[in-house]
Design a protein around this ligand. Structure first.
Ligand SMILES: COc1cc(-c2[o+]c3cc(O)cc([O-])c3cc2O[C@@H]2O[C@H](CO)[C@H](O)[C@H](O)[C@H]2O)cc(OC)c1O
Ligand SMILES: O=c1ccn([C@@H]2O[C@H](COP(=O)(O)OP(=O)(O)O)[C@@H](O)[C@H]2O)c(=O)[nH]1
Length: 498
């Protein structure tokens, strides 16, 4: 009897951005070997998400992937009680995942076939111990940037070197591979060292070092500085970091599959009537929404800029009262009531040159449209990769998670974005005049066209070519990383010890 194909056992966090980018990346591994997807199998360990909403999303992904025809199996882990005393979102996620460790152990031990990798979400990194005990390789999957990876690996070092809060540091913070980092650009989980979120991030960064390898949804050419710093051992002096496999950009399909016989989405139909590169697109991820006062500033900026726009405007989550949110921080915005949210007459005054879309939008298709000239984005890494894939320059408006770091990298390191002044002390508030300035600069074409906008547009266009050649077979850096990874997975595959 033939030996069964070694398994990639996946443990993603339940959020779509994490789950789908891990799964799509591992599907690339499955398809990379030339064996028609038969060299490895995928088993996805499904945790019961802590909210019903996330549960329905996960189930939709499971149904779709089960019908994909690839060798993807789903193993539902027994439910655990969420930690009742967690005070922070990242602490909650990391602890909730970690409570599954015995079940993950049982699932991997019972695979009945060689295991090539236990692929762990960044929040699940402490489970490298489960893999080690079972004698199988462990890989951390980084769904965010190489810069965030460098920062997390360096965090235990920073923890010893910088004994005050980062905002109390006189000057900038040094992160290997990045330009000096203003404290205001540090990711949310590390801005308060007294918080358990910070402690968890230091611990996660430390555990990354014990993985067999790290799979990253980025490309060498997109983030040469941070990736070289990791490979050269500059993030943790005196200790070699695990090999990093930058195999991106991997754009996850998520809910984007559609029937080609259907009429185009309303947003796309509207874009079809607009001139090339004339429309600024505004969209703020799966969790972004604004208070009424901020909405008024955005409307003023868009009206005064004179540019065409497509704006995805969402309303507050149902449980926006203090303390009532989802424990994993994943409360999704609601569909906006435009009559309530928008100032009177705004839609009339901008008729023909602007569209406000109040619900989930087909972002990938929108960014692919020739009418889009710029993207005001919360700077989630998946959104950034989608924008670069289509060569669209950005104005990052960070709202949560690691997005302040992403914004810094996009503007200061990669040069694909124009800066937007966000007041982090006021819930990331942006004044109308500042947004108007950034939109004018991003879109260009006016008398006051700014140099920074022209450079961002040029650089983003370059990055489109860079992204596509990185993943191309026969010489692309990400394709080569995928081959190295596939080779390492073959060599490391082992039957789990009982
Ligand atoms: C990457 O660093 C951080 C990620 C998150 C984070 O947490 C999270 C929790 C959920 O229960 C559901 C989610 O959807 C979710 C998303 C999320 O971050 C997003 O991840 C994307 C990559 O897949 C992308 O990088 C976006 O920018 C993120 O918004 C939280 C966090 O600390 C708060 C991180 O540092
Ligand atoms: O109206 C929307 C909002 C978001 N997205 C998709 O949701 C993902 C958001 O992921 P990202 O990492 O950018 O941010 P997150 O939502 O995880 O903070 C991206 O693939 C977007 O294309 C979308 O399709 N339509």
């Amino acid at each position: 009897m033939a030996t069964p194909a070694p398994a990639l056992v996946l443990l993603p966090e339940w959020g779509s951005g994490h789950l789908m980018s891990m799964l799509e990346s591992c599907k690339r591994v499955l398809l990379a070997g030339g064996g028609g997807g038969r060299e490895f199998s995928i088993t996805l360990l499904v945790m019961r998400p802590p909210t019903d909403e996330a549960g329905s999303e996960v189930e939709a992904h499971v149904r779709r992937e089960a019908a994909s025809g690839l060798d993807i199996r789903f193993h539902r882990l027994p439910a655990v009680d969420p930690p009742a005393d967690a005070t922070g979102v990242e602490e909650f996620i990391a602890r909730y995942i970690h409570l599954h460790a015995p079940h993950v152990r049982d699932a991997v031990a019972g695979m009945g076939r060689p295991v090539a990798a236990l692929v762990l979400d960044m929040f699940a990194a402490p489970m490298v111990d489960v893999a080690r005990d079972l004698g199988v390789p462990s890989y951390v999957f980084m769904s965010s940037t190489g810069a965030m990876l460098a920062l997390m690996l360096h965090l235990p070092v920073l923890h010893d070197r910088v004994t005050v809060e980062f905002h109390e540091v006189d000057g900038e913070v040094d992160v290997p591979g990045l330009p000096p980092l203003p404290p205001a650009s540090m990711p949310c989980p590390v801005v308060d060292k007294k918080s358990p979120n910070y402690t968890w991030f230091v611990r996660l960064g430390d555990r990354f070092m014990d993985a067999t390898g790290i799979i990253a949804n980025t490309a060498d050419e997109l983030e040469p500085g941070p990736l070289a710093a990791i490979a050269d051992g500059r993030c943790v002096p005196g200790r070699a970091a695990p090999p990093v496999y930058p195999i991106g950009p991997v754009l996850s399909l998520g809910n984007a599959e559609k029937d080609s016989s259907e009429p185009p989405h309303e947003c796309i139909a509207w874009l079809d009537g607009q001139p090339p590169a004339s429309v600024v697109f505004l969209c703020f991820g799966s969790m972004g929404w604004f208070e009424a006062a901020q909405v008024v500033e955005i409307t003023a900026a868009l009206e005064r800029s004179g540019h065409r726009f497509l704006w995805v405007l969402r309303g507050p989550p149902p449980a926006a009262e203090p303390g009532a949110g989802a424990p994993d921080g994943s409360e999704h915005p609601t569909d906006a009531n435009l009559d309530e949210l928008l100032p009177e007459g705004f839609l009339q005054r901008t008729k023909g040159r602007g569209m406000v879309w109040p619900t989930w939008a087909p972002q990938k298709d929108i960014l692919a449209h020739r009418a889009i000239g710029g993207f005001v984005t919360h700077g989630g890494w998946n959104s950034v990769l989608e924008s670069l894939w289509h060569g669209v320059p950005m104005a990052p408006w960070p709202l949560y998670a690691e997005q302040h770091l992403n914004a810094f990298e996009l503007v200061r390191d990669m040069g694909v974005a124009v800066p937007l002044g966000v007041d982090r002390e006021r819930d990331n508030f942006v004044e109308a005049a500042e947004l108007e300035r950034a939109v004018r600069s991003l879109m260009g074409g006016g008398a006051s066209e700014e140099e920074e906008g022209r450079k961002a547009r040029e650089k983003a266009a370059e990055m489109k070519a860079v992204c596509r050649s990185a993943v191309a077979a026969g010489g692309g850096s990400s394709h080569a990383a995928l081959q190295r990874l596939s080779e390492a997975l073959h060599q490391g595959a082992a039957l789990p010890k009982k």
